[in-house]
Design a protein. Structure first.
Lengths: 115, 108
């Protein structure tokens, strides 16, 4: 089946620094990628939708300048958490779709801890 | 919000028993999907049921959809300890919106 890879799987960073999480579709071209955030024992909350070559569409309440999303190629999207704060500590999951969201494959997620 | 609501929030059963999880949602959907998540891991897609379908089977999984009641159920038959995980329903209209999940614990 289709594979979506996220890297790193775990990262610890200091408050005030920026951290980048990559999401790659390994065996298909992802026209659309989605970024979710999940707090412990909570549901997945959609943060933003990105289409290759265009600006990401952010969900209400998600700070665009804090969570920078880049979808520069059909196989790679990145989420950069800027000026990280302990409240940004969470599990971030990406998903990718070859057909604008009809078929969706999820990555394994990335644990971010801000200390 | 279209977010689905699963119940129960947590379910504990013995191996061999059946597990039933329910999902309710609020607005129109194109399809409804069920996912599984092992602790601290990504999501695994289990089954998709379209809005014009009422029941679907996949191995030990049986999903029903009642669009008039805006509800779905996931039945796992003959459960195994390896089925221990969180299960989420997700409704699709323009985007995929997840419910809060049911934590299933299957004891040997």
């Amino acid at each position: 089946g289709a594979v979506v890879s996220q890297h790193p799987s775990r990262v610890i960073c200091k408050s005030g620094t920026s951290v980048k999480i990559e999401c790659r579709s390994l065996d298909f071209q992802a026209t659309t990628m989605f970024w979710y955030r999940q707090f412990p024992k909570q549901s997945l909350m959609l943060m933003a939708t990105s289409n290759e070559g265009s600006k990401a569409t952010y969900e209400q309440g998600v700070e665009k300048d804090k969570f920078l999303i880049n979808h520069a190629s059909l196989t790679l999207s990145t989420l950069t958490v800027t000026s990280a704060h302990p409240e940004d500590s969470s599990f971030y999951i990406c998903s990718a779709s070859p057909d604008s969201g009809n078929t969706i494959y999820f990555g394994e997620g990335s644990w971010l801890t801000v200390v | 919000s279209q977010q689905g609501e699963e119940d129960p929030q947590a379910l504990s059963i013995q191996e061999g028993e059946n597990a039933t999880m329910n999902c309710s949602y609020k607005t129109s959907i194109n399809n409804l999907q069920w996912y599984r998540q092992n602790s601290g891991r990504g999501l695994v897609h289990l089954i998709l049921i379209r809005s014009n379908e009422r029941e679907k089977h996949s191995g030990r999984l049986r999903v029903t959809l009642d669009t008039s009641k805006k509800s779905s159920s996931l039945l796992i038959t003959a459960s195994r300890a390896a089925d221990t995980a969180s299960y989420f329903c997700a409704t699709r209209y323009s985007t995929l919106t997840f419910g809060k999940g049911t934590m299933l614990l299957v004891s040997p």
